[in-house]
Ligand binder design. Structure first.
Ligand code: BGC
Ligand code: ZN
Length: 367
C-alpha cells in the first residue's frame, strides 16, 4: 500500500513509502474501523514536518506517514463497532492518548504531558495512504450532505475548540457578552473561526495581509465578516477606527502579530492563540505597556491546540449550519486538489510555493 512519508530530522525528505494494508483485527476488542481514504488535506504543519522542524516517526519506523486531515469511507468494521458501518463517510481525530488524567477522560487535546501522540505529526502514522484502521472511539461520522467539504472537518474542529475555549475561559467574568471579534489571519483556521463566530452572532473583522480584491476577502465577506488588509493599516490604527475587540482569535502563524494583538484587545477581553510557529523568531514588544494594560483590563490569553471528538462533532454541526446560512461559501476554501498519492512532489511544491492555494488536498481515491 502506498503512503506519503518523510524521514523526520532530514529536511525535504518527502517520498513514497510502502506500508502493509491494515486490518480491523489490528485494534483489540473488536472495535476497529477500516477506512478507505478518499481525500487528505495538508497544511503548514506538513510543510514544517518536511522542513524537519518537528515530527517524529512511530516506534520501530524510520519514516513518518504524514497527513492529519482525512476524509474517507468505512470499508469494514470489527464485531463490536456501534457508531459507524460500512459505507459511512468519516473523518478521524488526530491526537491519541498518553497517560495523564486528561488522556484518561478523552481529553488528549489538553494532555498535561509534554509528549503528545498525533497521527501524521508525532509518533503515529498519518492518513496520506490508501487505507487506515483506528478504534471507533476516534472515528467521526460526516453527514453525506457535507461530503463536498470533506477535509475541512479537521481544521474546523480546531476552530470550534478555539472559540469554545474562549467562552469557557470567560466564565471567570460571570457575565461575558462579546460583541466584536477579530480574527487575525485568513488561512483555513482564520476563515473557519470567522464562520463559527458569525454563526454565534458576533460582528467579525477578519484581518490578513493581502489587499482586496482577493479570495480570502471574498470568503470572509461571504460569511458576513468585514475583511481588512493589514497591508494598509496597523492593528492599533484598525482598533482606533472600529473599536477594540472583545475577542481575538489569532491564526496568522506569525508570532509578531500574536504579540501585537495583545496591544489592541479591549478590557475583559480574551485572545486565543492557535498558530503553530515552528521557527526561532524573536520579537520585541512594549512590555510595560502590555503588562499595565493587561492588569488594568483583566485580560486573558489562552493557547488552544488540536481538538477532541466533541469539537469535531460541533465543528461538523457548524459546517452544516454554515452551508445553509452562507450557501456555497465554505467550499471556496478548497482551492487546490492534487490527484493521487504519486503526486506527492507536486503536493509539497504547491504547499510551499503557491501563495494562492488556500487549501491543498490530495484526492487519494474516487468515492
Ligand atoms: C493540527 C492539530 C495539531 C497541531 C499540532 C495542527 O496542524 O491540525 O490537530 O494538534 O497541528 O501538531
Ligand atoms: Zn493541521
Amino acid at each position: 500500500m502506498k503512503a506519503i512519508a518523510v524521514r523526520p530530522g532530514t529536511p525535504d525528505s518527502v517520498h513514497l513509502a510502502d506500508l502493509a494494508k491494515p486490518s480491523v483485527a489490528d485494534v483489540p476488542n473488536g472495535t476497529g474501523v477500516l477506512v478507505r481514504v478518499l481525500k487528505v488535506g495538508v497544511d503548514a504543519t506538513d510543510r514544517e514536518i518536511n522542513d524537519a522542524l518537528y515530527g517524529n516517526a512511530p516506534p520501530g519506523y524510520d519514516f513518518l506517514v504524514i497527513g492529519h486531515e482525512c476524509f474517507g469511507i468505512v470499508e469494514e468494521v470489527g464485531p463490536n463497532v456501534k457508531k459507524v458501518k460500512a459505507g459511512d463517510y468519516v473523518t478521524c481525530t488526530v491526537r491519541r492518548p498518553g497517560s495523564s488524567i486528561y488522556d484518561q477522560i478523552g481529553r488528549s487535546d489538553i494532555t498535561s504531558e509534554e509528549q503528545y501522540y498525533e497521527r501524521g505529526i508525532n509518533l503515529r502514522h498519518g492518513y496520506l495512504t490508501e487505507y487506515f484502521v483506528d478504534d471507533e472511539e476516534f472515528v467521526v461520522r460526516m453527514p453525506v450532505g457535507l461530503k463536498h467539504l470533506h477535509v475541512l472537518a479537521e481544521p474546523m474542529s480546531c476552530a470550534a475548540k478555539a472559540v469554545e475555549q474562549a467562552f469557557l475561559a470567560q466564565r471567570r467574568l460571570q457575565v461575558w457578552q462579546p460583541k466584536r471579534a477579530w480574527v487575525t489571519g485568513a488561512g483555513q483556521i482564520g476563515l473557519l473561526s470567522t464562520l463559527v463566530l458569525r454563526l454565534r452572532g458576533l460582528e467579525v473583522f477578519t484581518l490578513a495581509r493581502g489587499r482586496k480584491p482577493n479570495l480570502k476577502a471574498e470568503i470572509a465577506e461571504g460569511l458576513g465578516a468585514t475583511y481588512i488588509s493589514t497591508g494598509d493599516q496597523t492593528l492599533p490604527e484598525i482598533a482606533a477606527k472600529y473599536g477594540k475587540p472583545d475577542l481575538i482569535i489569532e491564526a496568522t502563524g506569525n508570532s509578531a502579530i500574536a504579540f501585537e494583538a495583545m496591544q489592541v484587545l479591549g478590557h475583559n477581553g480574551c485572545i486565543v492563540w492557535t498558530s503553530i510557529t515552528g521557527g526561532q523568531r524573536k520579537v520585541e514588544v512594549p512590555g510595560d505597556h502590555i503588562n499595565l494594560n493587561w492588569v488594568l483590563g483583566n485580560k486573558l490569553l489562552v493557547g488552544s491546540v488540536n481538538a477532541n471528538f466533541r469539537h469535531f462533532e460541533s465543528g461538523i454541526a457548524d459546517l452544516a449550519l454554515g452551508e445553509v446560512t452562507y450557501p456555497g461559501v465554505i467550499q471556496k476554501i478548497l482551492t487546490t486538489p492534487v490527484k493521487g498519492l504519486d503526486n506527492y512532489k507536486e503536493m509539497m511544491r504547491l504547499l510551499v510555493e503557491d501563495r494562492d492555494a488556500l487549501k491543498v488536498y490530495v484526492e487519494v481515491a474516487e468515492g
